[in-house]
Design a protein around this ligand. Structure first.
Ligand SMILES: Nc1ncnc2c1ncn2[C@@H]1O[C@H](COP(=O)(O)OP(=O)(O)OP(=O)(O)O)[C@@H](O)[C@H]1O
Ligand SMILES: [Mg+2]
Length: 243
């Protein structure tokens, strides 16, 4: 099996110095793998992804991304290195058009690269091409999520992190978002997501982690987590777990 391209070890991070939310979280993600983090509300899942993305106070621990030590590096450096991040909220500029949002996603690219990537994005997501002049604010939840993912893909990330990519979407659109993540993984992209939609997310994942109170609680194959009674009861909608 290939080496992990994202390795976090004992990450301590938060918003206020000396008052961390993540108390030493560790994860690995390999190329082509989909890894899902689940856990109760307030467990620190979003904070952890933001710590890896260079968006919150990084107190200690290490993060290696694509062979480089990126511990505590700012987000623009991580984007240039090949890390994409789709945050839980505010993932689309609602006052800007679809086109402008995509251009923002590609702001680190040269003019020539930007042109090529925009063309590729519109080919890949015809819906965005059709509505390129519509502002983010008038899009449906599914369209907005598609735009958020497409924007993160503008820089061709080798590692992509998504915070609740299917929140608020209809089951059909959830399926579409997950299908696009599978497609990315098949191209060798390492996918790390946080999901409340735990059962559906684990079904398309290779492995999963349970986070609680800012700490690792469990790490297992997605298949094992899906049939674990404790996980089922807490996160997968009751005692009758997936089958
Ligand atoms: N911007 C912020 N400033 C200060 N504290 C914050 C901030 N954002 C989150 N927190 C605190 O960090 C803790 C963990 O929040 P976080 O959003 O990481 O949890 P989560 O596991 O993603 O929860 P959810 O499942 O509800 O999205 C919470 O106690 C929250 O109040
Ligand atoms: Mg969250």
């Amino acid at each position: 099996m290939s080496e992990p391209v994202l390795i976090a070890r004992d990450v301590v991070a938060g918003y206020v110095p000396g008052m961390p939310i993540c108390h030493g979280v560790s994860i690995d993600v390999r190329p082509g793998e989909i890894v899902t983090i689940i856990g109760p509300n307030g467990a620190g899942k979003s904070t952890f992804l933001k710590a890896l993305a260079g968006l919150v106070l990084f107190e200690s621990g290490t993060v290696h991304c694509l062979g480089q030590d990126v511990s505590g590096r700012p987000s623009h450096e991580l984007i240039q290195l090949g890390l994409g991040f789709v945050p839980q909220t505010g993932n689309v500029f609602t006052g800007l058009t679809i086109h402008e949002n995509l251009v923002m996603g590609g702001h680190t690219l040269s003019a020539a690269e930007l042109k090529t990537r925009l063309a590729r994005t519109y080919e890949q997501f015809p819906l965005l091409a059709e509505r390129r002049s519509a502002t983010g604010g008038v899009l449906s939840g599914g369209q907005r999520q598609t735009l958020a993912v497409a924007r993160a893909l503008m820089t061709d990330p080798r590692v992509i992190m998504l915070d609740e990519p299917t929140a608020g979407l209809s089951p059909r659109v959830v399926g579409e978002v997950f299908a696009s993540l599978r497609g990315l993984a098949q191209e060798g992209v390492a996918v790390l997501m946080v999901e409340q939609n735990a059962k559906a997310a684990l079904r398309i994942s290779d492995r999963g982690y349970v986070l609680a109170e800012g700490r690792n609680r469990m790490a297992a194959s997605a298949a094992d987590l899906l049939v674990d009674p404790a996980v089922g009861e807490a996160f997968l909608g009751g005692k009758r777990h997936a089958r």
